[in-house]
Design a protein around this ligand. Structure first.
Ligand code: R5P
Length: 296
């Protein structure tokens, strides 16, 4: 009886913190690759009749998905009671529609797969845009935590006279909340994405904010093109070099270095994905989600 928590490789810090604050022991398992690249998995702890929490953030999901499903399948075979996944970053939330004929709606396919293997899901700020709630995609109970309050707290203690800037209308949902919680003014730009590495931004009148410290806030920093472009505009308008805050430090290839070079004074992220820029701790939000789903 009871609960047990497993940490997927790379999730140790969050898993240790959750295990400690929820007083749930951690389970042991071996995950390795055979010489041909196939995955080998063995669960070494007893899970029979236990509530299982699997902590697995899901950036670069294609490498993780099969081992994750093998894990859920094996836990089920070993008679685990319920199996939940805590994915602080939930992948495949942006391709939520076929933009061109024949395109995979990967959000839906990914959600269908996870819903088949897991009993519940906890995540932080998934990219909800055209899809408004996770239940439109996922058929299992889910809890969506929000980092806005914690980000606002960081801004309040670290930035003097901030103005919160969002790169596009999609960011308005978290930018407006962060600004409200931080007691700061905010503005969002208009963005048109022309390709993976090409975005075009509108130039609203930002003159008013010249004496403020710009704080760019976005949910995902992937190629960092969005933030780099925004910084370029702020520079042209003579605003201070901004502080850049992302919820999810995806940072594809050399994105982090590109963003530093572009002139960000500071790059700050939440620890939904382990990265040197992590400064904002979302573990209490995950804990609340796990408790809220009454899994324990
Ligand atoms: C897009 O809709 C998201 O909210 C982010 O703005 C986007 O994912 C950032 O991507 P990138 O860093 O590649 O510009």
């Amino acid at each position: 009886m009871g609960a047990i928590l497993f940490s997927f490789p790379g999730n140790e810090a969050i898993a240790n913190a959750l295990s400690h604050s929820l007083s749930i022991p951690q389970g042991e398992f071996t995950l390795r690759h055979f010489p041909d690249g196939e995955s080998y998995l063995r669960i070494e702890s007893s899970v029979e009749n236990k509530d299982v929490i699997l902590v697995a953030t899901l950036e670069r999901p294609d490498d993780k998905l099969l081992p994750l499903l093998f894990m859920a399948d094996t836990l089920r075979t070993l008679k685990a009671k319920r199996i939940g996944v805590v994915a602080p970053y939930l992948a495949y939330m942006r391709q939520d529609v076929a933009f061109h004929p024949g395109e995979a709606v990967s959000s839906r396919a990914f959600a269908t797969l996870l819903s088949r293997y897991f009993d519940w899901l906890v995540t932080i700020d998934p990219h909800l845009h055209r899809i408004h709630t996770l239940s439109e995609l996922y058929s299992i109970p889910s809890y969506v935590g929000h980092a806005a309050g914690t980000i606002a707290q960081w801004i309040r203690t670290h930035v003097t006279r901030p103005v919160i800037i969002g790169p596009d209308s999609e960011s308005e949902q978290w930018v407006s909340q962060v600004a409200k919680d931080a007691g700061a003014p905010w503005v969002v730009l208009e963005k048109i994405r022309r390709g993976d590495h090409e975005v075009e931004l509108s130039l609203p009148n930002l003159e008013t904010w010249k004496t403020y410290q710009p704080v760019l806030v976005d949910d995902i920093i992937s190629t960092a093109t969005t933030m780099v472009e925004t910084i370029g505009h702020l520079k042209k308008l003579g605003l201070n070099a901004p502080t850049c805050i992302g919820v999810h430090a995806v940072f594809a290839a050399d994105a982090f270095e590109k963003l530093k070079k572009a002139g960000a004074t500071e790059i700050i992220t939440c620890n939904t994905i382990t990265h040197p820029s992590n400064r904002i701790d979302i573990v209490p939000i995950l804990k609340e989600g796990i408790t809220n789903l009454k899994t324990l």
